[in-house]
Design a protein around this ligand. Structure first.
Ligand code: G6P
Length: 368
């Protein structure tokens, strides 16, 4: 059994460490001469791409969290309005779907019942459906009009890790491809994004190379029953995913909040010793984030700050800092999620729970 796990104690840890490869494999063959080219895989013509008026991203669980990043990324790069929705909500809410709506469904397994039903609803309403999935030949892959496969390889652990980061890569590729065709970003800017994407596997390796301080923090939080994640912008989307990972496998009650929303309720829950994981990787809103951190610190929270390498500020206002290598702000989620996956993993191990098979959860939910 350990052989199957490649020498790791659990599939989840193995899959976390496979992320640099999964990122590289998902990019392979899709970048030519410094440009993203998806024309061999997706049948949308340039004309059809130019006509897209809105995009709906629909998914469940971790894939939904990738979709939240997708909203930021595609709106920023392509300037098309994007709505990200939970599949079980979307399928029952009579969404506005026009012939020029592109529906993007994201599903690791390609078999999630709600996601598949949402795909069918969207097709019935006349939308074109593009699927991002990890399984060639899955139901979602077969029924969608266009498919981008994430080449993460089989994911065994119930808590999704490498599928998420690969889904992010697929989204960046899609965004850069659409931006080139629609001319919403200059060629040199897009080339810059491609270069930064190509550097991600190496940077992910760097994050994984020394996790001592993450392990220590994880052991500390394993004793708690409540925890908060804070972030703004893309960091908020990543905070939601970090919080889900923690809940899934450690059974610690955890909530992720958009840091600016703190004072509208959550701040009432912050008291002496409550662990707070604060993401501060987004330069444009860094100062705002630091003031939120100071607010929770003042109420006695025990704060882990996640910052970019070279950060000189954060250690003044938090108890512990973990840094990730610098990349473009848009790409930071790929690196920022890794320490959060590791926190969930090590806290679970420390609590003695079954990492790969958490209670009540299934890898793929094929019934409603
Ligand atoms: C289940 C899994 C999650 C996963 C979600 C969506 O709840 O436990 O890890 O994110 O389904 O799965 P999918 O295969 O559609 O990405």
């Amino acid at each position: 059994v350990t052989a199957e796990k490649g020498g790791y104690d659990h599939f989840m840890l193995k899959e976390i460490y496979e992320q640099p490869k999964a990122i590289r494999d998902t990019m392979a063959g899709r970048v030519k001469d410094g440009q993203v080219d998806l024309s061999r895989e997706i049948g949308l013509s340039e004309d059809q791409i130019n006509k897209i008026e809105r995009i709906h991203i629909v998914a469940c669980g971790t894939a939904y969290h990738a979709g939240l990043v997708g909203k930021y990324v595609i709106e920023d790069l392509v300037r098309i309005p994007v709505e990200t929705d939970i599949a079980s909500e979307y399928r029952y809410r009579n969404p506005i779907i026009t012939p020029n709506t592109l529906v993007v469904v994201i599903s690791q397994s390609g078999e999630t019942a709600d996601t598949l039903a949402a795909l069918r609803e969207a097709k019935k309403a006349g939308a074109r459906v593009l699927a991002i999935t990890n399984v060639v030949g899955s139901s979602v892959a077969r029924e969608a009009d266009d498919v981008i496969i994430t080449w993460a390889g089989p994911e065994i652990a119930v808590a999704s890790t490498k599928a998420y980061t690969s889904q992010l890569i697929a989204i960046y590729l899609l965004g850069a491809y659409f931006a080139r065709i629609r001319g919403t970003r200059a060629e040199n800017e897009l080339a810059h994004i491609v270069t930064a994407l190509q550097q991600l596997p190496e940077k992910a390796d760097q994050v994984l190379s020394d996790t001592t301080s993450i392990q220590e923090f994880a052991q500390e939080i394993a004793r708690h029953e409540d925890l908060f994640f804070l972030g703004r912008g893309l960091d908020y989307a990543v905070a939601l995913e970090g919080s889900l990972k923690l809940k899934e496998i450690t059974y610690i009650h955890s909530e992720a909040y958009a840091a600016g929303e703190l004072k509208h309720g959550t701040l009432a829950l912050i008291e002496e010793g409550v662990p707070v994981i604060s993401l501060a990787t987004q330069e444009a809103i860094y100062d705002k984030m630091v003031s939120n951190i100071i607010e929770v610190k003042a109420r006695g929270a025990r704060v882990l700050g996640l910052a970019l390498e070279g950060d000189q500020e954060l250690h003044k206002s938090v108890d512990r800092v973990f840094t990730i290598p610098k990349t473009l702000p848009l790409l930071t989620p790929v690196l920022a999620v890794i320490p959060l996956q590791l926190i969930a993993y090590y806290a679970c191990v420390s609590r003695g729970y079954d990492v790969d098979k958490p209670r009540n959860l299934a890898k793929s939910v094929t019934v409603e």
